[in-house]
Design a protein around this ligand. Structure first.
Ligand code: SF4
Ligand code: SF4
Ligand code: SF4
Length: 334
């Protein structure tokens, strides 16, 4: 784990006044959790860590700060930094990106399901095996078995943009494994696509029946950054608590639509869910559609905006145009 290198780079960047703040990870309340750390003094850089549970997407913390910021970024976080640059939410020159090639993060819900009520005190990773141990128990698992869904099929493990890279990029074999998995990554989505509309509706209604409308997923998601989310509006009031299942279903549909063409499948929403709902089933379907229809994946280039955020005069839907622009579009098409 590149913890030592991250600490030393962060301390140096603060000492040299290259940045005013470094955003990274520090241990959380249990072995299976980390939390964001905001380091302003080089002497505090020792609090930073990097481990198998750095699941928050730190890009979210870049917004609305008037500072030069250093940030620890793996593949998906770097892609959300790109999304922010494309959406003019941050300026590239204000961000110092400490890139970390990523081996994928472990899924605490899967681990809890496997270990039952036993308290896990230590986790050790060796190559592709993970050993969990606690009071009077030790159990070993293949790493793939307890990876998060988003990490299992991730094709962009290396930061797509950075100022300094910690360690070596993830090797060819791991990347190739990602490509092979691409064929299987969408299998569960294809099963849903093959169902009737009624079956899909039933599937997603049941999926979101467990939702408590706590909004932890929204709060964790880097592309959910509206100053006032529609869920918090009281006029009109969108949702009641405790939630009727229809309310939760509506919330997830609207949120997924807002993230279409911007979601990087970082899985932070799913990791944040206290009841372990596989939320990314919905967003991965939209990601698949955007990939298929527009040959686009969010956050890979600061030059390319999301296809859903641009309009071309040759686009077939002209409802958005003034009469004058409609005429212009017709002329340029003829
Ligand atoms: S989605 Fe990719 S980059 Fe992000 S944590 Fe998982 S493996 Fe790493
Ligand atoms: S919707 Fe989920 S997977 Fe997509 S960017 Fe937001 S947190 Fe990441
Ligand atoms: S985090 Fe889970 S329970 Fe909370 S709103 Fe999102 S899906 Fe529902």
């Amino acid at each position: 784990m590149p913890t030592e290198a991250i600490r030393s780079i962060a301390a140096k960047a603060l000492e040299e006044k290259r940045v005013d703040l470094v955003i990274g990870f520090t241990p959380g309340a249990t072995t299976l959790i980390t939390q964001p750390a905001f380091i302003e003094e080089s002497s505090a850089a020792g609090k930073l860590i990097w481990n198998d549970f750095c699941v928050s997407n730190l890009a979210k913390h870049l917004l609305r700060r008037d500072k030069k910021i250093g940030i620890i970024a793996n593949g998906c976080t770097s892609r959300n930094i790109v999304v922010y640059i494309v959406e003019s939410q941050i300026r590239r020159e204000d961000i110092y990106i400490i890139g970390v090639p990523c081996q994928g993060m472990l899924d605490r819900h899967k681990i809890k399901a496997l270990s039952g009520k036993k308290k896990i005190k230590d986790i050790r990773t060796e190559s592709d095996r993970v050993t969990l141990s606690g009071d009077a128990f030790t159990k070993e698992y293949p790493r793939r078995e307890i990876l998060r869904q988003s990490c299992l099929y991730c094709r962009h493990k290396n930061p797509v943009i950075y100022d300094i890279l910690v360690g070596e990029p993830v090797g060819r074999s791991a990347e190739r494994r990602g490509d092979e998995d691409k064929e299987t990554a969408d299998q569960d989505i294809e099963v849903l696509e093959a169902q009737s509309a009624e079956e899909r509706l039933e599937y997603f209604r049941t999926l979101f029946d467990r939702c408590k409308l706590c909004y932890a997923c929204r709060n964790a998601c880097p592309v959910c950054y509206c100053p006032t989310c529609f869920t918090d509006r009281t006029d009109p009031k969108w949702f009641d608590k405790p939630p009727a299942s229809g309310d939760a279903f509506t919330f997830h549909l609207l949120r997924a639509m807002h993230s279409a063409g911007r979601c990087t499948d970082c899985g932070a929403c799913e990791s944040a869910c206290p009841v372990g709902i596989p939320i990314t089933k919905l967003t991965r379907k939209l990601n698949k559609d955007i990939r298929t229809l527009y040959n686009f994946e969010a956050g890979l280039s600061i030059e390319t905006p999301s296809p859903l955020s641009v309009y071309d005069l040759e686009d077939p839907q002209d409802f958005i145009l003034t009469e004058e622009l409609k005429k212009k579009a017709k002329t340029s098409a003829s």
